[in-house]
Design a binder for this molecule. Structure first.
Ligand code: GLA
Length: 344
């Protein structure tokens, strides 16, 4: 539990998320299946009657002090400032603010700390304005990430942290943002394990993979890559063929996974997760050897399924384990991988 920053009238608490399946398809027309974590970011805002935002975080030693209209500066406070600028344009708040941030969501681990920070800031800034719906907050947060931060992400993370609830996964159709919450059976545990390798989405590889997906869709004559015919992928250059194979296959897997979850079919769900990992490793090429080793050992030790989660290039794995064996499974896995950390 993260302590709330000192009570201010404008405050919000928002969870991180883990994506169970449906990776790299939230801008390709797919269904994704994220779930919130019991890790949160809290934001408290106090208008300061100046033309500067002053942003402090319990996690970072330096504070961010910037004119209210300053562009992104590659600083951790960008996520807060982008949201504050949006909130001022929407006339939710006026002038500069003092912002206090506290979070126990690991940064750079693929658990949406940035989406949670933006959504929490937007929620705090619009506290008390009943007309601001969670879906609008999520869409605004994506716009801030795309335009202010400069990462061309899809809508999954923002929707997950704005709409998710504990104990359920969010089956989200990214074509139209329709969704339903599907309860997770009480004997299923989704263990989230940090590998110790961090990554940064703004480092260009996300943009590169996204560009390849768009190029593959164009070459195959579809607007959304999930709609392409997998048998046509072979005529593309090797990198685009790989991206197409992953995205088309993942679109099918995530639909099946929603069914398996609804039916309580744990072995089927686990198999789909492991197939997703193999495809992310071989076709999307977003895994790293340390993560592949962690996934392989998680399966050998008895997980029903395991995969890298989030954009990849390091970060976390998510594993499905039967509740009764989760504790001993983790004991065995952590003795093989002492640097691994259990997040959930
Ligand atoms: C990041 C992005 C999401 C999504 C995933 C990959 O988390 O923010 O929009 O594309 O990567 O599934």
């Amino acid at each position: 539990m993260t302590p709330m920053p000192a009570a201010t009238p404008l405050s919000a608490r928002v969870p991180g998320r883990v994506n169970l399946i449906g990776e790299w398809i939230d801008f390709n027309g797919g269904i994704v299946l994220p779930m919130t974590l019991d890790r949160h970011v809290t934001v408290g805002l106090t208008p300061n009657k100046t033309d500067k935002d002053l942003i402090r975080s319990a996690q970072f030693a330096d504070q961010g002090a910037f004119p209210v209209d300053a562009p992104a500066a590659g600083h951790w406070s960008d996520y807060v400032r982008g949201a504050l600028q949006y909130a001022r344009n929407a006339r939710w708040i006026a002038g500069g603010v003092d912002a206090e941030i506290a979070s126990d969501i690991p940064v750079g681990a693929g658990l949406s700390s940035s989406a949670a920070t933006i959504v929490a800031t937007l929620r705090a800034a619009s506290a008390g304005l009943s007309s601001v719906e969670p879906v609008s907050i999520a869409q605004a947060a994506r716009q801030i990430e795309n335009e202010f931060i400069g990462v061309p992400c899809g809508i999954m993370d923002q929707m997950a942290v704005a709409l998710g609830r504990a104990g359920a996964a969010l089956a989200l159709d990214t074509r139209d943002c329709s969704y339903r919450l599907v309860d997770v059976p009480s004997d299923w545990v989704f263990a989230v394990i940090a590998s110790g390798t961090r990554r940064a989405l703004a480092d260009g590889r996300y943009k590169e993979r996204r560009g390849e997906c768009l190029a593959a869709a164009q070459a195959l004559g579809v607007d959304l890559l999930c709609d392409a015919d997998i048998s046509a992928a072979g005529r593309l250059p090797a990198n685009l063929a790989g991206r197409a194979r992953h995205v088309i296959g993942e679109g099918v897997r995530s639909r099946r996974a929603v069914d398996a979850l609804s039916q309580g079919d744990r072995p089927a769900f686990g198999r789909l997760m492991s197939e997703s990992h193999a495809s992310l490793r071989d076709h999307m090429e977003v895994s790293v050897p340390a993560i592949d080793a962690l996934v392989a050992d998680a399966l050998t030790l008895g997980a029903d399924g395991a995969r890298i989660t989030g954009a990849g290039f390091g970060g976390c794995i998510v594993c499905l384990v039967e509740a009764g064996r989760a504790a001993s499974w983790w004991e065995d896995l952590s003795s093989l991988h002492p640097a691994a950390e259990r997040i959930a």
